[in-house]
Design a binder for this molecule. Structure first.
Ligand SMILES: NC(=O)c1ccc[n+]([C@@H]2O[C@H](COP(=O)([O-])OP(=O)(O)OC[C@H]3O[C@@H](n4cnc5c(N)ncnc54)[C@H](OP(=O)(O)O)[C@@H]3O)[C@@H](O)[C@H]2O)c1
Length: 247
């Protein structure tokens, strides 16, 4: 008998995470959509859906969410913060904030689910990083560092957990102009382009022309589902036309 699998997704309130949760739901999965402030109204009513509070930077929040969730088959670490700015102008406190969510938050989530996956000899972790790890872009040095750390972490973890039939995958989305990524980072990015960098930053922005390929939410949702269902040793799942071109 085929049993319905359960996926827990972080950062499901908007953008790639929201679309991923909706896509898994439409494909018949049990979905635990997590977000800092729960909003069930974002989804169609379904007995397959639970919406839970989860802040990946808070150990108590992680523990509570995973206890409430019960056993899961797949963890999708999607929650992330963006940061665009000149590195010299970026306060180290901001760099640390980015790492708390994008890097340590992902590691903490992995550490919390690995015991149940290892004991069961099954389970998949999908870490959503960025095409910024496939080729360097300017003015995103701290963000790229936070995501590249997870690329290396995931590659090593995948080898260590293969021993227990637990899979670990990377989804690398390209630039998605339609998510809340830039809006959610507006306040954090204030003052991060000093006058000396303005001409360069303008040239970089001018490069984002409408005809350039970008990533849609559905590209990421489909790549995450492919990664979650993959039983081979494939590690990298670039998502979106721009990311595929770089890969
Ligand atoms: N859009 C792009 O251009 C792009 C490109 C490459 C990779 N990515 C990556 O794709 C992922 C999703 O980004 P997106 O574009 O969909 O942006 P988004 O619309 O801003 O979504 C980010 C999500 O992360 C959540 N989040 C932030 N901090 C959190 C925390 N401490 N705990 C739990 N959730 C938290 C946000 O929830 P709240 O509602 O609580 O703020 C939101 O649901 C991120 O990992 C991002 O780095 C994005």
């Amino acid at each position: 008998m085929k049993t319905t699998k359960t996926v827990l997704i972080t950062g499901s309130s908007s953008g790639y995470g929201l679309e991923t949760a909706r896509h898994f739901l439409a494909q018949g999965w049990n979905v635990i959509a997590t977000m800092r402030t729960p909003r069930a109204d974002l989804f169609p009513a379904s007995s397959h859906l639970r919406v839970l509070a989860l802040d990946v930077t808070r150990p108590d929040s992680i523990t509570r969410a995973l206890e409430t969730a019960g056993p899961i088959d797949v963890l999708v670490n999607n929650a992330g913060l963006g940061l665009f700015g000149a590195f010299e102008a970026t306060p180290m406190s901001t760099v640390r904030d980015i790492f708390e969510t994008n890097t340590f938050g992902v590691m903490a989530m992995c550490q919390s689910v690995i015991p149940q996956f290892r004991e069961r000899g099954a389970g998949t972790i999908v870490n959503v990083t960025s095409s910024a790890t496939l080729a360097p872009f300017p003015l995103v040095a701290a963000y790229t560092a936070s995501k590249t750390a997870i690329d290396g972490f995931t590659a090593s973890l995948a080898l260590e957990l293969r021993e227990f039939d637990v899979r670990v995958k990377l989804v690398e989305p390209g630039y998605g102009p339609t998510t809340n990524f830039t809006a959610n980072g507006q306040q954090r990015m204030q003052g991060l382009i000093p006058a000396a960098y303005e001409p360069f930053a303008c040239r970089v922005f001018a490069g984002f022309t409408p005809e350039k390929p970008v990533t849609r939410e559905s590209d990421v949702a489909e790549a995450v589902l492919r990664a979650a269902s993959d039983v081979s040793d494939q590690l990298h799942f670039p998502a979106g036309a721009d990311a595929l071109a770089l890969a």
